[in-house]
Design a protein around this ligand. Structure first.
Ligand code: HEM
Ligand code: HEM
Length: 188
């Protein structure tokens, strides 16, 4: 997903918008995974937490559409020097992230829309998210649910790889990679 050409004008950090979208989506995705993983320990709050999970997911979907448009119209800074396999792996992980931040919330939304009981999805109490026009069927709902869970759990593995890669390139290879994505570290 990275532009390869290194023109003299290429920037050395991500744009403010790209950074803002990276961290807002990234933290919301981590929060959403944490919510489903811990909610069973909070019996009384479990239903409310599931409501947050759905609303946060819809917010991630909206932010991700903006992010993808931004990404397609703004070239990221070129990668620092690294082995070809590391470049390949980082492109693959980034590509899967872009795919999943759309496909995971969308599959959750489709899952709820295909379910035989339409439980309303409230967007933080502000409005009710409409159901998507899909057939209501148990089998279809189950398929969307399965896709949702597989991609959601796979994301945990991707996050571990992604963070490990970022820390390795920053601290072990000394390429200051984190500065590109952490505003406080910029221009130092
Ligand atoms: C604490 C966790 C995280 C850290 C430390 C982190 C760090 C970074 C850094 C340093 C980059 C820039 C890499 C480069 O310069 O090429 C980056 C890019 C990226 N990160 Fe993260 N990240 C985190 C969490 C996440 C999460 C949860 C997601 C997905 C939901 C995510 C998605 C992405 C994507 C898609 C890119 C590529 C941006 C592009 O070039 O288009 N990150 N991240
Ligand atoms: C950022 C977006 C989202 C992420 C990363 C995410 C991730 C996950 C994960 C990891 C699970 C647990 C899978 C398992 O334990 O097997 C899950 C379950 C679930 N998700 Fe999502 N999800 C997102 C958005 C949504 C949306 C938008 C909806 C519905 C509108 C939704 C509805 C559900 C439901 C109903 C469950 C089942 C919970 C249970 O175990 O009872 N999710 N999600």
């Amino acid at each position: 997903m990275h532009g390869q050409a290194e023109s003299p004008a290429a920037r050395s950090t991500y744009s403010r918008v790209a950074i803002w979208l990276h961290w807002s989506i990234g933290l919301l995705v981590i929060l959403n995974i944490a919510i489903v993983l811990v909610r069973e320990n909070f019996e009384a709050l479990s239903r409310t937490m599931m409501g947050w999970h759905k609303a946060i997911g819809i917010l991630v979907l909206a932010l991700s559409l903006v992010r993808i448009v931004w990404r397609l119209t703004h070239r990221p800074p070129p990668l620092p020097p690294m082995a070809a396999w590391e470049k390949g792996l980082s492109h693959l992980v980034h590509f899967l992230f872009y795919l999943f931040i759309i496909a995971i919330p969308l599959s959750g939304w489709l899952w709820m829309s295909a379910a035989e009981t339409h439980r309303p999805i409230s967007f933080f109490g502000l409005f009710i998210v409409p159901m998507l026009p899909v057939e209501q069927s148990k089998a279809l709902a189950e398929s969307f649910g399965e896709a949702h869970e597989i991609m959601g759990l796979a994301t945990i593995g991707l996050i571990i790889l992604h963070v490990a890669g970022a820390l390795k390139h920053h601290f072990v290879d000394g390429t200051n990679l984190l500065e590109r994505m952490i505003p406080g570290l910029r221009n130092r």
